[in-house]
Design a protein around this ligand. Structure first.
Ligand SMILES: Nc1ncnc2c1ncn2[C@@H]1O[C@H](COP(=O)(O)OP(=O)(O)OP(=O)(O)O)[C@@H](O)[C@H]1O
Ligand SMILES: [Mg+2]
Length: 347
């Protein structure tokens, strides 16, 4: 859109008035009594000049002055951290400047609002998920307590069984709360890593040994794909990295095919080691992959909930790796398997 400056408005008005005065003087010259040509020109020019002065002064003091104040206010609003209203130099195209300021400001606000809405959606979803996760164990505990109060307390066999079940539900709630606490501490940057030179091969073997029973139950094989006796030295927090690997191995066991396998391998990448945990399970549909690391996200909701996962494992995994300055990636093919890969700094 083309804008007009006060000079152009005043100039236009002056030209129009000069033309009117010229026409009047010319009519007088022709129809009433002759006037000198220099007087006609001088009269028109004087009228034009006077009109220019009056219009320019009026626009400048009545309109532009007010617009300048609005401009200053918008400018101050655009940068909420500024404590002072910025000084605005007067230019011819004040309206154009205001237009640009308002558009910039509005664009900024629109993206801010979009971001806030997105965050609000995440917050609502998170609260909904949390309520849902806590509801099951709480209702279970309530059910067991009520049954005991209604008389089952007198039967030693039933009360032992119900108290054990209630205790399991309490354990589940504690697990969820502890996982959330870990995530929020990482998010707040309050989680300190104890970095130490560690042999990744030895750590993986130790964790796999500890999961032998679960693997046997699922008739699955967990293995380290690396030449015997060759260490892979990395600088990591051993406890936190054990959490990462345990979650990846247990995911492969829980969601993989019975009788299948999961392998961890290491590749040299100059300053880093690339770690890949691959399984030959059913794989994950592409639409789930971008959301896999969100809190409480599960692919097969009902199955995962029954199998005991909180849906927080990969969210914690991502945070732990980010705290190590690394990131995690997933690739998966339905019917073929899933690979989670990340890098670690060499020691
Ligand atoms: N290797 C895998 N193969 C197929 N699906 C997987 C695999 N790993 C993860 N998933 C899917 O991703 C979801 C999220 O995994 P995540 O580890 O975050 O949570 P979880 O295993 O359900 O619970 P938690 O780890 O807290 O006990 C799982 O519920 C599962 O649906
Ligand atoms: Mg898991």
């Amino acid at each position: 859109m083309k804008s007009i400056t006060p000079i152009q408005v005043a100039g236009g008005a002056a030209a129009a008035l000069a033309a009117v005065v010229f026409a009047i003087l010319l009519s007088v010259h022709i129809f009433v009594s002759p006037i000198q040509w220099w007087a006609i020109w001088a009269g028109s020019a004087a009228a034009g000049l006077a009109a220019f002065g009056v219009f320019y002064f009026a626009i400048e003091s009545f309109i532009n002055h007010r617009i300048k104040v609005i401009y200053k206010t918008i400018h101050a609003l655009k940068s909420p951290k500024s404590t002072q209203v910025p000084r605005v130099e007067m230019t011819g195209d004040m309206l154009g400047k205001i237009n640009r300021e308002v558009q910039d400001w509005a664009a900024g606000k629109i993206s801010e609002v979009r971001e806030l809405r997105q965050r609000d959606d995440f917050r609502k979803e998170f609260i909904g998920n949390l309520a849902h996760e806590l509801k099951t164990p709480i209702f279970n505990i309530q059910g067991y307590i009520l049954t005991l109060l209604e008389g089952a307390l007198d039967d030693p066999e039933i009360n032992q069984k119900f108290l054990e079940r209630a205790s399991k539900s309490v354990d589940r709630m504690i697990l969820i709360i502890n996982d959330l606490d870990t995530i929020s501490r990482f998010e707040a940057g309050r989680m300190e890593l104890k970095l130490a030179k560690t042999d990744l091969v030895e750590l993986c073997k130790e964790l796999i040994d500890g999961m032998e029973m679960s693997a046997r139950k699922r008739k699955m094989k967990l293995a380290v794909d690396h030449p015997e006796g060759l260490p892979v030295w990395v600088k990591i927090d051993r406890f936190r990295m054990s959490q990462v690997l345990t979650n990846l191995f247990s995911n492969a066991l829980n969601y993989g095919n019975p009788g299948g396998s999961c392998t961890v391998s290491f590749d040299d990448m100059d300053q880093h080691v690339l770690v890949e945990v691959s399984d030959d399970g059913p794989g994950i549909e592409p639409e789930h992959l971008p959301r896999l690391f969100e809190r409480f996200y599960r692919v097969d909701k009902s199955r995962a909930r029954n199998s005991g996962g909180t849906g927080l494992g990969l969210a914690i995994t991502k945070h732990i790796l980010e705290a190590h300055g690394q990131s995690i990636n997933v690739r998966s093919k339905v019917g073929e398997g899933t690979t989670l890969s990340f890098t670690l700094p060499k020691a």
